[in-house]
Design a protein around this ligand. Structure first.
Ligand code: WT7
Length: 631
């Protein structure tokens, strides 16, 4: 166990220590892990280059802290409980001892294919235990994994493979997702027509559906592990060696590879997991995210398994076979901590309380949310009808780049407040800056959320392009890490996240760059130009609204809209499909050619006046035309 906070006074005390003496604070936590060699310096940093190193000179392997560390004390405890897509299929339990052997066996299988330290491995897999085993097996041998959400298209997958020059891809024949079967191997095949770096593909047989196996390239998972020993010496890693790359969208068109390293990520994910969720040995913890997102990395796989917890993995979707599936699973596996996204809560809320009836949710102790601001109504529904008023809700604010939870209640210990992420965890120093970069001190202030001191699980770089990392996160407010979020600190000092202040939208808790969606729309041959904005959406939080200039000759607008949606699904994936498309005669641009998104956002929201000064527009009349054309 690292450091566990048990009282409000304890939180305040640890927080103060973490700010006054960060080195002592973090070394006390890091000392509870297994290091092959201790660090010489706790932290060395500057936010100008930026350069951030934690536990400098320390040597470790994160999987020794998950597997060997728990083998003798927790070997027979369940590490992973797996609930398959179809409730009629048997659930599986994998103990820590079994996990140890299966990770090592697969590590040996990858080694046999010539994969080793520093090689990049793409994981494009269903939510099966093998996805977690694959991640850990990479970490075991020092290979750098990059998990790509299996809903991304072949083009998006190819871009990621090419960016990191992966040598190996791990996938499945097909994925089950609710009533659908998704041919993921076929997507990999298509992606690989655009990639030259990939030498091998290992394919898990999940459905038994037909796949095309290419000679000398594709190997079945079961053949790859056949005859492999189930022990494998862990590779010694430097604290600052890369652990994984995870691609995420930003305000430019191309997703960037956020890089996390071994030592700091290990220390912070266990620390934050244990404290925020107040996990106790024997509890069953369930996070409903997909391993393709950072939440799945930090709070399905690494954080819980480092803590020796039992982590539940669910392959399916919340609404299949019916909208009671989540509650069936809580009931069936006696889940104690449940962590999901506001969008899922709102979607289930829409089905009313019937799906909750007859489900025994009395095992629940803690509820969590992540990914986007939670509205008060959804917060209360979750609190009253899922938690029956007994369970604190931890509204956890963090990002792919932060690696772990940054601002959040500590369950049952620090106060909660509907729609507020509340207070920073120990070790996290948020500040609010105005647009000129002045710090707004005291309470009742609102501005840009920045962090002024490093924390162990922060990103180190963006893969292959350090300058982009500097530009994106460290240049707008020199000397600070800029999150891209707006925030308010209320009269009591609690933080409320107000949403993105850049050209990023948050659709169902998934981050999307408006430029990225525009680029995809523009690929349609009839499209001349487009502008994408977010608008409030009842279930998704934000929906995607696309204004498109297009040549409609010989097409109905409806036809064209469908084609554009298909184009976006093809280039990014179904999650990026615009909810609304409006064909427009022009876009509101300044004389210098910049699109005034502010105006487009208002129109998408249904506001038809109060645009401020539009006299600087090249063609002010276009605004009227767009309003008139809105459906
Ligand atoms: C963005 C990060 C962190 C894992 C999932 C998303 C928004 C995240 C909250 C929250 C309000 C939130 C922010 C942030 N966000 N959690 N509790 N309250 N907003 O990871 O894709 O890296 O997106 O999600 O806008 O910047 P991500």
């Amino acid at each position: 166990m690292s450091i566990k906070i048990h009282t409000l006074a304890g939180y305040i005390h640890e927080y103060e220590k973490s700010v006054l003496q960060p080195e002592q604070f973090w070394s006390r936590i890091a000392e509870t892990f297994h290091w092959r060699q201790l660090w010489q310096e706790v932290v060395r940093w500057n936010f100008d280059e930026p350069s951030v190193e934690w536990f400098v000179g320390g040597k470790l392997n994160i999987t020794e802290n998950i597997l060997e560390r728990h083998l003798y004390t927790l070997g027979d405890r369940p590490a992973i409980i797996w609930e398959p897509n179809d409730p009629a299929e048997t659930a599986l339990t994998i103990t820590y001892r079994e996990l140890y052997h299966r990770v090592n066996e697969f590590a040996n299988a990858m080694k046999a294919q010539g994969i080793g330290k520093g090689d990049r491995v793409i994981i494009y897999m269903p939510m099966t235990p093998e996805a977690a085993i694959a991640m850990l097996a990479c970490a075991r041998i020092g290979a750098i994994h990059s998990v790509v959400f299996a809903g991304f298209s072949a083009t998006a997958l190819a871009d990621r493979i090419n960016d990191c020059q992966a040598r190996l891809v791990l996938t499945a024949d097909e994925n089950y997702r609710g009533a659908k079967v998704i041919p993921v191997k076929a997507v990999v095949d298509e992606a690989l027509t655009k990639c030259t770096s990939v030498e091998k593909v290992i394919v898990l047989q999940r459905t038994g559906g037909p796949v095309n196996m290419q000679d000398n390239r594709d190997i079945w998972w079961h053949d790859a592990i056949a005859g492999q020993p189930d022990t494998c010496e862990a590779e010694e890693m430097d604290a600052e060696d890369m652990l994984f790359i995870l691609y995420t969208s930003g305000s430019t068109g191309k997703p960037k590879g956020v890089v996390h390293t071994c030592g700091g990520y290990m220390v912070y994910t266990q620390f934050s997991f244990e404290n925020v969720f107040q996990y106790r040995q024997g509890d069953v913890y369930w996070c409903t995210a997909d391993v393709g997102w950072i939440t799945g990395h930090s709070y399905i796989v690494y954080g819980p398994l480092l803590a020796g917890a039992t982590t539940l993995m669910f392959e399916g979707v919340p609404t299949w076979p019916d909208a009671g599936r989540f509650w069936d699973i809580v009931d069936k596996h006696r889940v104690n901590q449940f962590y999901t996204a506001p969008t899922a809560i709102r979607a289930l809320q829409a089905f009313g309380r019937q799906p909750l009836e007859g489900k025994d949710l009395s095992s629940l102790k803690v509820l969590g949310t992540v990914g986007e601001p939670i509205n008060e109504e959804a917060w209360h529904w979750y609190h009253d009808h899922v938690g029956k008023g007994r369970c604190p809700i931890v509204d956890t604010w963090w990002q792919t780049e932060t690696g772990g939870i940054m601002i959040s209640p500590i369950a049952g210990i620090t106060p909660t407040k509907p729609a507020y992420a509340t207070l920073p965890l120990p070790g996290i120093q948020p500040v609010i800056l105005d647009n000129d970069g002045h710090e707004l001190k005291g309470n009742s202030v609102e501005g840009n959320l920045c962090i002024k001191f490093p924390w162990p699980s922060m990103l180190r770089t963006t893969y292959g392009d350090h300058e982009r990392c500097r530009q994106t996160y460290f240049s707008q407010f020199p000397g600070y890490y800029f999150t891209g979020d707006g925030v308010k600190r209320d009269e009591d000092g609690y933080y409320r996240i107000l949403g993105r202040v850049d050209d990023v939208i948050n659709v169902s808790g998934h981050r999307m760059g408006t430029a990225e969606v525009e680029n995809a729309i523009n690929e349609h041959p009839r499209v001349v130009e487009s502008a994408v904005v977010g608008y409030p959406h009842e279930i998704k939080g934000q929906g995607i609204y696309a204004y498109v200039i297009a040549d409609t000759t010989g097409r109905t607008e409806e036809n064209l809209e469908e084609e554009i949606r298909a184009t976006v699904a093809n280039i990014i994936g179904p999650i990026a499909k615009p909810d609304k498309i409006q064909i427009v005669p022009g876009l509101p641009k300044t004389r210098s050619g910049k699109i005034m998104r502010r105006i487009l956002r208002k129109i998408a929201e249904g506001i038809t006046d109060d645009f401020g000064d539009i006299s600087t527009l090249l063609d002010p009349e276009v605004v009227e035309k767009i309003i008139a054309g809105k459906k």
